[in-house]
Design a protein around this ligand. Structure first.
Ligand SMILES: Cc1ncc(COP(=O)(O)O)c(C=O)c1O
Length: 473
C-alpha cells in the first residue's frame, strides 16, 4: 500500500527514525570497513521478493542490518576521507521532509517556498564569498561535478556568443581552458560532454607547494593563442582533492583579467571555510571569481547530494540556460525558475538541508564544527611529524598527505594495511608524482582521541610492514 493510514505511517517513519538513532548509538563500535564482498551482498539481495514484497516493517530492520554489515561507515569518526561527511541531524530531518512534501524545485510556481529558500541561501552565500548578491545568482546542483560543468558551459556561452545557438563549429578555433595538474577529474568528463573534447583541458604545472604555477599559466595561454587555440577560462581549485590546498586565487584572478579568461573557482571542498570568520582568509581572492563551485555536502556536513554553483552575473546563467516551453506555465516568478538557470529540469529541493544546518544550529555552531575538523587535521600533521612521518602538504586544509620519513614502507601498503584492520579508513594517492598516504578529517563526530588512534594504527601498520619486509629479506 503506497499510502497507508496514519497509524501505519507513524509506525514506519518511527522504525526508520529508530534505525538511524540506533546506528548513531552503535557507530563507534562498528567496524569502519565492512568484511564483505560482492558475492555475499548479491546473495543477500537475491532473498528479497520483488514481486510480492515483504512489508516495510520487515524491510526497514533488514536494510538497517545490510548497511551495517555491508557498508563503509563514512560517518564514523575514524573514517578519514575521501570528502564524505558525517551528515548533520538537521540535514537528515530536512531530507525526510523533502521526501515527504516532494516539492519540485525546478520552477518557482511548482514550489514557491523551496525556490525562495534556495534563493535566500544563494544570496547569503554570494555575500559571504564576497560577490554582489544583487548582480549575481546561482542554484543548487547534485554536487561538485554538475556545478563544475555548469561553470564551464557558462564560461563558453559568455565568451563565445555564437556558441549557444550554433555550437562549437561556429568558432574559428578550438576553445581550451586551464586547470592545474592538481585539478579534479570531473573536468575531463565535462570537456568531453560539452563537445570540447578532453584535449581542451590544458594542464598547467604546479609549484613545489603543489598549487598552480601562474607563470606557467601565462606561458601556456600565450603559447596556445599563438597556435590558433581559443583560451576562454581558467579553473582555480580552492581545496585540491589530493591535498586540500588552496591555489593562489588572487594571482590567478589577475592573470584571468589580463588574459581575458573566465575565472571559475572549484571550491567544492574549501568553500566550506567561508562560514568561519577565522578560516575565511584561506579563500582570499575568491571574491574575484566569475563563478564558484561549492559543495555543502563536503565540509559543511550536509547529507549527499548538495552542491552549489554561484555566478557573478545572473545574466550569464540566463544566457547559458534560459529557455521557454509551452508546457511549464510561465507565471509570475521574476524568472527564478531553476530549470532556466541550470542543467536540471525536475529537481530535488537540495537547499533545505543546508537551511536546516544554518537556521537550525546557526552559522556559529557550523563554523565551530568546521574549525574543529580543520584543527584536528592540523593536530594529525603534528602527530605524524613527531612519529617519523613526512607531511608533504603542510598548508593543506583538512587533509594530510604523508610518507614514512625514512622511506621504509610503501604508502599504498600502509593505507591498505590500515583499511584491512577495519578500525579506520585512509586512502593513498600521488602528490608531486610520489605515492602518499592521504587522511582527511570529514566527520564532525571526530575528536582528538580518534586522531591519536589513527596515529597508533599507522605506526602499527608501519611496524607490521617493516617486519614482513625484514622476514622476507
Ligand atoms: C575539488 C573537487 N571538485 C569537484 C569534486 C566533485 O564533487 P562531487 O563528487 O560532489 O561531484 C570534488 C570531489 O571530491 C572535488 O574534490
Amino acid at each position: 500500500m503506497l499510502i497507508p493510514d496514519s497509524e501505519q505511517r507513524r509506525r514506519t517513519l518511527a522504525l526508520a527514525a529508530d534505525a538511524v538513532d540506533r546506528y548513531y548509538e552503535a557507530l563507534e563500535s562498528l567496524p569502519v570497513v565492512p568484511d564483505t564482498d560482492a558475492f555475499r551482498i548479491r546473495s543477500e539481495l537475491a532473498r528479497f521478493d520483488l514481486e510480492q514484497g515483504h512489508g516495510l516493517e520487515r524491510l526497514v530492520p533488514e536494510v538497517e542490518r545490510l548497511f551495517r554489515e555491508h557498508g563503509l561507515q563514512t560517518p564514523h569518526p575514524s573514517c578519514f576521507g575521501l570528502f564524505n561527511p558525517a551528515p548533520s541531524l538537521g540535514g537528515m530531518a530536512a531530507d525526510l521532509l523533502v521526501a515527504g512534501f516532494n516539492p519540485q524545485a525546478g520552477a518557482w510556481h511548482q514550489s514557491p517556498i523551496a525556490t525562495e529558500i534556495e534563493r535566500h541561501l544563494v544570496r547569503w552565500f554570494l555575500a559571504r564569498f564576497g560577490l554582489d548578491a544583487d548582480a549575481g545568482y546561482g542554484h543548487f546542483t547534485s554536487g561538485g561535478s554538475e556545478a563544475n560543468a555548469t561553470g564551464i558551459l557558462l564560461a563558453l556561452t559568455r565568451r563565445f556568443p555564437t556558441f549557444r545557438q550554433g555550437g562549437l563549429r561556429t568558432l574559428d578555433g578550438q576553445p581550451v581552458f586551464y586547470v592545474s595538474s592538481e585539478f579534479h577529474h570531473s573536468f575531463e568528463k565535462i570537456a568531453q560532454q560539452s563537445g570540447l573534447g578532453r584535449n581542451a583541458v590544458r594542464r598547467v604545472a604546479v609549484s613545489e607547494q603543489h598549487v598552480m604555477d601562474t607563470r606557467d599559466l601565462v606561458r601556456s595561454v600565450r603559447r596556445d593563442r599563438a597556435t590558433g587555440l581559443r583560451p576562454f577560462a581558467v579553473v582555480a581549485t580552492a581545496g585540491t582533492t589530493n591535498a586540500g590546498l588552496v591555489e593562489p586565487l588572487g594571482e590567478i584572478a589577475r592573470v584571468a583579467r589580463r588574459e581575458d579568461l573566465h575565472l571559475h573557482v572549484d571550491a567544492a571542498w574549501g568553500g566550506g571555510l567561508v562560514i568561519s570568520d577565522r578560516l575565511r582568509p584561506h579563500l582570499a581572492g575568491i571574491e574575484e571569481a566569475d563563478s564558484i563551485t561549492f559543495d555543502p555536502h563536503k565540509m559543511l556536513s550536509v547529507p549527499m547530494g548538495a552542491g552549489m554553483l554561484l555566478s557573478r552575473q545572473r545574466a550569464w546563467l540566463d544566457q547559458a540556460f534560459g529557455l521557454t516551453t509551452d508546457y511549464v506555465p510561465d507565471e509570475e516568478s521574476e524568472n527564478l525558475d531553476n530549470y532556466r538557470l541550470g542543467m536540471q529540469f525536475s529537481r530535488r529541493h537540495a537547499g533545505l538541508k543546508l537551511f536546516f544546518n544554518l537556521a537550525g544550529d546557526g552559522r556559529q555552531a557550523c563554523a565551530a564544527a568546521v574549525e574543529r575538523q580543520v584543527g584536528l587535521a592540523e593536530s594529525l600533521k603534528t602527530g605524524l611529524s613527531d612519529r617519523g612521518w613526512r607531511v608533504l602538504n603542510p598548508a593543506g586544509v583538512g587533509v594530510a598527505c604523508f610518507e614514512d620519513a625514512a622511506g621504509r614502507v610503501c604508502p599504498q601498503a600502509v593505507a591498505a594495511t590500515v583499511r584491512h584492520g577495519r578500525k579506520a579508513w585512509v586512502s593513498s594517492t600521488r602528490l608531486g608524482g610520489r605515492p602518499v598516504v592521504r587522511a582527511c578529517v570529514t566527520s564532525h563526530l571526530a575528536r582528538q582521541r580518534h586522531v591519536d588512534r589513527l596515529l597508533d594504527l599507522l605506526d602499527d601498520a608501519r611496524h607490521a610492514l617493516t617486519d614482513t619486509h625484514r622476514l622476507s629479506a
